[in-house]
Design a protein around this ligand. Structure first.
Ligand code: FEO
Length: 406
């Protein structure tokens, strides 16, 4: 869809110069973007001119055109990078060609990442929590907000106009050319989904960041994506805080919950899963959840992975490999969040049984703690095999309980 190439006034000094992307179908290849998205960048027309972030490279001509219509780019003194993922930094190298004297400002990690991304020398200033930058008649203050959702992230606060630039925090993939929260209609669905996929694994850091801005006098929050929050920013900070707390409570409350995730071509591996589950439950105070990977949505998988402390993965071996739904499970495992969770594998096979070892190798790389055995059976698990499966499940359950105590 053709997007309107508009510049919007956020305040007397701040202008939105971002890009509207109605056509994006998925973001980071991990989330669908049914409402499109925006890449928000801002021009601060202070005595020393500054830009906050730079939009995705795809929008280069439009983006640089907006800047040129506002100022001679050589007059830009600072480019603030709150975050360096290429949807924020994609046009930095092009902007620096037009503004070679500009100083790039970011956290230590941000500057290091940018040096690798840009591949050319540029002036930079590393800042940390509490540092200020004088723009002549205005002042920017930097607020450390790491791991939301990269180590480089920080917020920038324009003191005189009480505007907080928050990069991905409080953002949403929601594209509407009106751009302001009071003009675009409800975007709560998009906001909630964005939080769940991008920020929820970093809830601990979200709460720390919210604590840091709690006493700030804020008029407007300008996130990196989606509507600018000028009429009801508190609502979106409150939603983020409530969701982060709920997530942490869920994770901490349930010590031993085993997720049994399986895929089954003819029901044999499913039968194994049922026997293993019985064994796991007999090990002690353990809750179990069973999920069929062939039909589970990515959202369900994510939900279950968040809640479990242990993971059992079952797959038949077909053509000396495991199956596509199991690879989808791998993509849903987040080593930052799931590191150290106990795991084991099982599966039925006909001629050879490579699937379990392939799964184990992947789980190990994803930083799960592997049980020292797996359950592998030819075809259907009849009586003797089912007893063995229950024994395997019980041993794994004991291992899971022990690991929680450590
Ligand atoms: Fe909007 Fe983490 O990029």
């Amino acid at each position: 869809m053709e997007s309107k190439n508009e510049i919007l006034n956020v305040s007397n000094t701040v202008k939105w110069i971002g890009a509207l992307d109605y056509d994006i179908v998925s973001f980071d290849v991990v989330m669908s973007t049914d409402y499109g998205t925006t890449y928000n960048s801002f021009f601060i027309d202070a005595r020393k001119k500054a830009i906050i972030e730079t939009t995705k490279e795809k929008f280069k001509e439009q983006y640089l055109g907006k800047i040129k219509s506002l100022t001679d780019p050589v007059d830009i003194e600072y480019i603030i990078m709150n975050h360096t993922e290429p949807d924020h930094s994609g046009n930095l190298k092009h902007l620096l060609e037009l503004a070679p004297k500009a100083t790039v400002v970011g956290s230590g990690s941000a500057i290091r990442y940018l040096q690798d991304m840009i591949g050319a020398e540029f002036k930079f200033r590393q800042v940390k929590n509490g540092d200020e930058l004088d723009l002549g008649n205005m002042t920017l203050k930097f607020i450390g907000a790491p791991n939301l959702h990269w180590p480089d992230t920080m917020y920038t606060y324009l003191i005189e106009e009480k505007i907080l630039f928050s990069c991905d925090s409080f953002g949403s993939h929601y594209c509407n050319e009106k751009m302001f929260d009071d003009l675009v209609g409800s975007f709560d669905d998009a906001f909630n989904y964005y939080f769940d996929v991008i920020l929820r694994p970093y809830s601990k850091f979200m709460l720390k960041a919210i604590d840091k801005i709690r006493l700030l006098d804020i008029n407007i929050i300008c996130p990196g994506h989606g509507p600018i929050l000028r009429s009801n920013w508190q609502k979106y900070v409150d939603i983020s805080e409530a969701k982060a707390k709920k997530y942490l409570e869920t994770v901490e409350a349930e010590d031993t919950r085993v997720l049994i995730a399986y895929v089954s071509a003819y029901g044999y591996t499913r039968e194994m899963a049922l026997n293993v589950e019985e064994g796991v439950k007999s090990a002690g105070k353990i809750k179990t959840n069973m999920i069929d990977l062939e039909t589970a949505s990515l959202g369900e998988l994510e939900e279950q992975l968040i809640r479990c402390s242990s993971l059992l993965v079952g797959s038949p071996t077909i053509n000396q490999n495991t199956l596509l739904p199991v690879y989808r499970l791998f993509s849903a495992i987040n080593p930052i969040r799931d590191k150290g969770k106990t795991a084991a594998t099982f599966g039925s096979y006909g001629w050879s049984g490579e699937a379990v070892e392939i799964i184990e190798a992947n789980l190990k790389v994803l930083k799960l703690k592997l049980f020292d055995s797996h359950a592998l059976f030819k075809f259907y698990p009849h009586k003797a095999k089912s007893d063995e499966l229950k024994k395997f499940g019980k041993s794994f359950g004991q291992f899971a309980l022990e690991s929680v105590k450590e």
